[in-house]
Design a protein. Sequence first.
Length: 217
Amino acid sequence: MTVPEEIADLSYANFLRPHEGPLTAEGDYDTLHFDRLTFEGDSAGGARFLESAVTDCVFADARLRRARFNNVWITGTRFTGVSLAETDWLDSWLTGCSLAGVESFGAVLRRVVFRRCKLDSVNLRSAALHEVAFEDCVLRDVDFGEARLDRVTFPGSTLERARLGRATLEKADLRGALAIDLADGYESLRGAIVGSVQLLDLAPALARMLGITVKDR
C-alpha cells in the first residue's frame, strides 16, 4: 500500500475542512483536517473518523475506545496514555508518530501502515492485525499477547522486549527486522517467516524453550 508523503497526496485533500473544538463521544468526523491541536482528556468513545488528516497533534489521556478510523492519514502526532481499545482501523497511515502507554487491546487493524513511528509500552493484546506494516519503526515493550498477526511485516524495524505469549502468527514476515528481542512467546513464532541470520540469533532462546542443552565438548 502506497503511503502518502504529504497531505496533497491524499485523494480527498481538496475536500478537507479545518476542525475546531473538542472531540465528542459517537461523533462523526468526515473529511476534516486536525492540525496542531491538543486533545487532553477528551472522551470520544465510538467516534467515527473518515477520510481525514491529523497533522502535528497531541492526544493525552484521551478516551477513544471503539472509535473507527477509515482512510485516515496521521503524521507527526503524539499519543500518550490514550485508550484506543477495541478501535477499528482500515486503510490508514501513521507517519512519524509517537505512541506511549497506549491501550489498544482488542483493536482490529486492516491494511494499516506505521512508518518511522515509535511505539513504547503499547498494549495490543488480543488485537487482530491483517496486512499491517511497521516500516522503520521502534517497538519497545509492545504487547502482542494473544493477538493475531496475519501477513504483518517489520521492514527496517527494531523489536525490543516484545511480548508474543499465546499470539497467533500467520505469514508474519520478520525478515526485514533489524533486531528481534522477545520478552516471551518464542513458541508463538510458529507461522512466522525469518531469515537464516535471524534464525541463528534466535537459536539460543529457542533451544532454552525446547529444553535443549547446547554444549561443546
